[in-house]
Design a protein around this ligand. Structure first.
Ligand code: MG
Ligand code: ZN
Length: 163
C-alpha cells in the first residue's frame, strides 16, 4: 500500500455532457472548464489519476467497445499533450436493462481492481464524481468522495486538496 489516487468520473466531470448523454465520438468532446489546470495540480500533489466510467451504451448497441477504446486513446493523447498522465481509463460496458454486472457504478469493482493492480492507499484516495452512483461506488470501495456540480469547474470542490 503506497500510492494515492484520484478516480475521476468521465462525463459531466472531465467532458461536458450537457448536450449529449452518450459520448463516443471525438467531435463530441468538449472539456469542462479548468480540467487541465486542476488535473495538473493533482498530479503535482502526488496523486495518480484514473478515469472510471459507465458506458452502458455499448450494451445497448448505441456504439461499440472499439469506439470507446478509440475515444479513450485520443483522450489520453490529448491529456499527454498537456503533460497530464492518466494512468488508466476503465469502463463498464454493461447496461442493467440488458445484462447485469458487478462493475457498473454504483458497484465498486472497477475501483477495487485498480486498487489491487496499483497497490494504492484507500485512506489517501478520492473519487470525484457528479452523480449519486459515483458517491455510492466510492462508499462501497471505502474511499473518500467529492461530489462536484456537473459540467462546472471542479476547483471549488477540490481546492482543499491542491491548495
Ligand atoms: Mg457523470
Ligand atoms: Zn459492468
Amino acid at each position: 500500500m503506497s500510492g494515492k489516487a484520484i478516480f475521476l468520473d468521465r462525463d459531466g466531470v472531465l467532458i461536458e455532457n450537457s448536450d449529449h448523454y452518450y459520448i463516443w465520438k471525438q467531435e463530441q468532446i468538449r472539456f469542462v472548464d479548468g480540467v487541465f489546470d486542476n488535473l495538473k495540480c493533482l498530479l503535482l500533489k502526488g496523486y495518480q489519476l484514473f478515469i472510471i466510467s459507465n458506458q452502458g451504451g455499448i450494451s445497448k448497441g448505441l456504439y461499440s467497445k472499439d469506439d470507446i477504446l478509440n475515444l479513450h486513446a485520443a483522450l489520453l493523447q490529448t491529456f499527454r499533450n498537456f503533460q497530464i498522465e492518466i494512468t488508466e481509463i476503465v469502463f463498464c460496458p454493461h447496461h442493467p436493462e440488458i445484462e447485469k454486472c458487478i462493475c457498473r457504478k454504483p458497484d465498486s469493482l472497477m475501483i477495487e481492481k485498480l486498487f489491487s493492480k496499483y497497490k494504492l492507499s484507500k485512506e489517501e484516495s478520492y473519487l470525484i464524481g457528479d452523480s449519486k452512483s459515483d458517491m455510492e461506488a466510492a462508499q462501497k470501495a471505502g474511499i473518500q468522495k467529492i461530489k462536484i456540480n456537473s459540467n462546472q469547474n471542479m476547483y471549488p470542490f477540490i481546492s482543499f486538496l491542491i491548495g
